[in-house]
Design a binder for this molecule. Structure first.
Ligand code: ANZ
Ligand code: ZN
Length: 808
């Protein structure tokens, strides 16, 4: 069974759109609806996830356009990154050529599925015209004190003598991907962007992101991880006051030890004199281990609430980048402290009792038994001096007020963003190192710092580019060397959505005024894997740019849709699983419209769905039948009368338009498309049942064509033309309905009830003549059509029995 000639239809309309330049967004439009898909990494191969992602945005862009909006729907390339460097090494080429080759292929594939992008606004992050602005932005962040340089750990292969990215460290055993040598960690000076300065705003503003999925909002909250607590000082013998962070200052009477992180300054100090401490710090401490380990010291700490002297340990479960790197240990009420105390023979002392069941019970409950395990809930204080009898909450307030050094503070999970990568294919960090002046940023007028030619070596190719690294200091003119770290590619993607408003601007990264008119992005669509980092970094950049570069908005993305996965037999389609379906093959065999329509009707955009060849074939058959229905209509128009049946069909057309529009508004394409397909079925049944009224029939077909146009744009264009309509369906007006959705649904409910009643009556009245029963219930006519059918038969009897006044 042959389908319609999708190849020639699709080619014809793509050429026509091209010639008319229909997807261009002129600079002078006021406030276009900005629809954006997360730009892809140019791997060279468009996969089904991309097709789904960009069909979602394309359908929405087309829908908004038909609703009369100006639309901005651009596309670009997240073109820096390690895969290009690896591919270049393997193929003995360079990352630039490989990347541009991939971009060309993917752009062709995108065009072959009819995605309506404004290619005049294409943004490619690996060209100096783009990445110079990464460097410029780095300098602005630097000027504002939002850049930091400090030692941090990297993966190091001692055999290759090079830094490895996390993805180059393989397996549980953590082996180098190239030579299978166990990877070590090394401390290197690295560059950081101080995202933690914006932690509070990044957290609190999540509450107002109504257009984002709750799951993503919650993931961002957890990532930022703000926790309120108390910071307070313990006096350490011979060292003076040391700060500790606790969320449970109410347990302070149960603090029986004090513990320092292995790299706390005091621990490092002790390690120099105390052999046991040195041995522990250098050989035993394992912060990732299951059990807490530690070593006793000769020091004592003074509890600021009780004056009690307690022993001080160096312990590996105390993390140096949490709180202050020091804690008070309360074994009675904290699980890790309990395990540690058992191991080290420290006293376990209960000071919190469970809340008594009824409040007139004991005023001072008994201390719980904590010998086997900690009691970790809030409760009532016991054996806590003047605080005994208070509930935990009140006690925390009182103790924080009473202890002189104590202060309320917040503690965060969020860390500063390490942007240094020791590799070639990224934006060079615009810094030179001078013996006299230290690290100096490259002046704006000397930007971009362009990448030198690629050198195929083991380590970072930039370290091998001697001529490039040798330079002079912009401050003193003395000899200096260039920074050879490049930026994390997440820097590129933290502001690319701003570049689309003025992609060729060479005085600034973006036209501020136009950005303020055009942004935030109205609808952003992308994979859930970017729920935390990309979205958080973009929000951070937007806030910094609002504070220092004149943006008038503080959040980049108004509405966010996290698309669901495309699966095959229940598991994610992926190259590594070898279960991919090639978009190109589907487009070749069935056409882009079929691929797009199948995907958009298979599931709501934010849920996973299973690819099915059968589903693709039936979608293709549907489009083929529609094409035939239009062709038949045009070749041999019907000449029936306007009657009750046609008015029923008109009602169904209105109903479909009303519902589909609402569903398109919310990007629930699958529901909109189901309604549209139902309408096609109704039209076909109408033609089977009687000679249709040509006006109604034409109205139905032209509505269907427009309701499908966002998702199946090529065939919609073809049918629009066949129906003799002027202009592109792309620019056509969205159909309007005479009724709203509520009325549609009321009517449908009534129809359903009536149908059921009729069935009952037929049965009760014993109208057993099968033909007659057929007449009554079989035609898939509802309401008005039902009326006709009954009128022509035993309607009097049935009408009487039912008492429905619309049944005569
Ligand atoms: C005393 C205490 C008593 C604590 C108690 C808890 C329960 P969570 O555990 O997520 O609530 N802490 C403080 N600094 C730390 C560090 N540098 N490394 C590891 N742990 C540290 O986090 C807060 C608690 O983590 C703090 O409150 C502290 O232990 C511990 F019944 O102080 B708590
Ligand atoms: Zn200098």
């Amino acid at each position: 069974d042959e389908g319609y000639d999708h190849a020639s239809v699709e080619r014809r309309w793509r050429d026509a759109w091209d010639d008319a330049d229909v997807y261009r967004t002129p600079d002078d439009v006021d406030d276009p609806t900005y629809v954006l898909g997360m730009y892809p990494y140019p791997s060279g191969e468009l996969h089904m996830g991309h097709v789904r992602n960009y069909t979602i945005t394309d359908a929405y862009a087309r829908y908004r356009r038909m609703r009369g909006d100006d639309v901005l729907h651009p596309m670009g390339w997240d073109a820096f990154g390690l895969p290009a460097e690896n591919a270049a090494k393997e193929r003995d080429t360079n990352p630039r050529d490989w990347t541009f080759d991939c971009i060309d292929r993917m752009r062709d594939q995108m065009e072959s599925i009819g995605l309506g992008f404004d290619w005049d606004r294409e943004v490619t992050t690996c060209v100096p015209e783009y990445y110079r602005w990464n460097q410029w932005l780095f300098s602005r962040f630097y000027d504002e004190g939002l850049v930091d340089r400090r030692a941090a750990e990297v993966n190091w292969c001692p055999h290759c003598e090079t830094v490895l990215a996390d993805e180059q460290v393989e397996g549980e055993a953590e082996l180098c991907w190239r030579c299978d040598t166990p990877v070590e960690t090394r401390e290197l000076e690295q560059w950081f962007l101080k995202i933690t300065e914006y932690a509070d705003e990044l957290l609190e503003a999540i509450d107002d992101l109504d257009g984002w999925p709750n799951s993503v909002r919650q993931m961002q909250r957890n990532w930022i991880g703000r926790q309120y607590g108390t910071e307070l000082e313990f006096d350490i013998s011979g060292h003076g006051p040391v700060e500790a962070f606790t969320t449970r200052v109410d347990t302070i009477y149960g603090a029986t030890f004090f513990a320092l992180a292995p790299d706390h300054p005091i621990s490092e100090n002790l390690a120099e004199e105390d052999e046991d401490v040195r041995h522990f710090v250098e050989h035993e401490a394992d912060p990732d281990g299951d059990e807490p380990n530690g070593v006793a010291t000769d020091l004592t700490a003074t509890n600021p609430a009780t004056g009690e002297e307690i022993p001080v340990f160096v312990a590996d479960f105390v993390l140096s980048d949490v709180g202050t790197g020091a804690l008070m240990g309360v074994p009675g009420h904290d699980d890790r402290d309990h395990a540690f105390a058992e191991k080290m023979g420290v006293e376990i002392r209960p000071v919190i009792a469970p809340e008594p069941e009824d409040s007139d019970g004991e005023p001072n409950p008994d201390a719980p038994d904590v010998s086997e395990g900690a009691f970790t809930d809030d409760g009532v204080l016991v054996d806590s001096g003047e605080y005994s009898g208070l509930d935990s909450e009140t006690a925390r307030e009182r103790l924080t007020a009473d202890i002189e050094s104590a202060e309320h503070t917040a503690q965060y999970q969020l860390r500063d963003w390490g942007i240094s990568r020791q590799r070639y294919w990224g934006t060079p960090i615009p810094v030179v190192h001078c013996e006299d002046c230290g690290a100096v940023t490259v002046p704006d007028e000397d930007l971009p710092v362009e990448l030198p030619e690629f050198i195929n070596t083991t380590g970072n190719p930039l370290d091998a580019a001697d001529e490039w690294t040798e330079t002079t200091c912009p401050d003193c003119g003395g000899p200096a060397t260039r920074e050879t770290d490049t930026m994390d590619t997440f820097v590129d993607s933290s502001w690319y959505f701003l570049r689309y408003v003025s992609p060729d601007l060479d005085e600034a990264p973006f036209d501020v005024e136009r950005a303020n008119d055009w942004l935030p992005v109205d609808q952003y669509v992308g994979g859930i894997e970017h729920a935390v980092m990309h979205l958080l970094y973009s929000r951070f950049f937007t806030k910094v740019l609002a504070d220092h570069e004149g943006l008038t908005f503080r959040e980049p993305f108004d509405n966010l849709l996290a698309q669901g996965m495309v699966q095959l037999e229940g598991s994610k389609m992926s190259k590594s699983k070898g279960n991919t379906v090639s978009p190109q093959r589907i487009v070749d065999e069935y056409g882009a419209d079929t691929a797009r329509l199948f995907m958009m009707q298979a599931a709501q955009p934010d849920t996973a769905f299973d690819w099915s060849e059968e589903g693709v074939r039936s979608t293709y058959a549907f489009l083929t039948r529609l094409q035939e229905a239009v062709a038949d209509f045009v070749a041999d128009p019907p000449n029936g009368e306007a009657d009750a049946v046609s008015s029923y069909v008109d009602g169904e057309i209105d109903a479909t338009i009303a519902i589909a529009g609402e569903e398109y508004d919310e990007l629930r394409y699958n529901r909109a498309l189901r309604e549209t397909q139902d309408l096609v079925r109704t039209l076909r049944q109408y033609a089977d049942y009687t000679e249709p009224d040509p006006d109604t029939f034409e109205r139905g077909l032209s509505a269907v064509v427009r309701l499908l146009a966002p998702v199946a744009p090529h065939l919609a264009e073809e049918l629009w033309d066949e129906l003799g309509r002027d202009g592109f369906v792309v620019d056509a007006e969205w159909p309007t309905a005479a009724v709203d959705r509520e009325r549609v649904e009321d009517r449908r409910r009534l129809v359903e009830n009536t149908r059921e009643d009729v069935r009952d009556i037929v049965e009760v009245a014993g109208l057993e003549d099968p033909e007659r029963i057929d007449v009554v219930v079989a035609p898939d006519w509802k309401y008005d059509a039902l009326e006709i059918a009954i009128e022509s038969d035993a309607s009097n009897l049935i009408g009487e029995l039912m008492g429905h006044d619309h049944i005569r």
